[in-house]
Design a protein around this ligand. Structure first.
Ligand code: HEC
Length: 169
């Protein structure tokens, strides 16, 4: 146990509450984004928001902390642990932000030990998830700052992308 017991208890209580609050996750996040309560969205998942090296690190985090439920190819376990790649995952998060995905993972995952991942590990595992979902990589790493992540839209299809990708640059 790396944190004092009381803090750990608080964190897990908070995680349980958050898990319930975010059960309806993606649509709620989308509403928040549209309501303007979040910082303005300036980029999308098509704007090369992570690096290959980061995705490689994230694959390591995934193998240790996520594979046993979400499957080796991110296909889910056929039961409760849903796929983290493919059409169902993409449409569940379409229009949301990477900030929403970050906080979903931070507060509820891994399901058997929530609240135990550091911000950098979460950003890295998200980079891996983006790479498996075939979003393009670039030079810069995905930040682990939730305000910056809220400015990046999770955009399933390139044709609707905001930001630079839309201009074809
Ligand atoms: C003990 C099993 C387990 C582990 C380990 C686990 N998950 Fe999950 N995960 C689940 C289950 C079950 C759900 C769906 C139910 C829920 O929301 O809790 C889920 C849902 C998710 C979702 C939401 C998917 C969607 O379509 O909305 C994401 C994102 C996610 N997990 C990411 C991760 C990541 C990243 C890791 C590793 C750091 C991880 N999970 C580890 C069981 C697990």
């Amino acid at each position: 146990m790396r944190v004092p017991l009381a803090a750990a208890a608080l964190v897990s209580l908070w995680a349980v509450a958050a898990a319930h609050a975010t059960r309806a996750d993606a649509p709620a996040a989308r509403r928040d984004a549209q309501a303007g309560s979040s910082p303005p969205v300036t980029r999308s998942t098509w704007d090369r928001v992570y690096s290959d090296e980061q995705a490689k690190r994230g694959a390591g985090v995934y193998a240790l902390r996520c594979t046993h439920c979400h499957g080796e190819l991110l296909g889910g376990n056929g039961e409760e642990a849903t796929p983290l790649a493919g059409p169902a995952f993409l449409s569940a998060w379409d229009g949301s932000t990477l900030g929403a995905l970050f906080s979903r993972i931070r507060t509820t995952m891994p399901d058997d030990n929530p609240g135990t991942l550091g911000g950098q590990e979460i950003a890295d595992v998200m980079a891996y998830v983006l790479s498996v979902n075939k979003f393009p990589s670039g030079q810069a790493e995905l930040p682990h700052d939730s305000v910056q992540l809220q400015q990046i839209r999770f955009q399933a299809s390139k044709s609707h992308a905001v930001g630079r990708a839309q201009d074809g640059r």
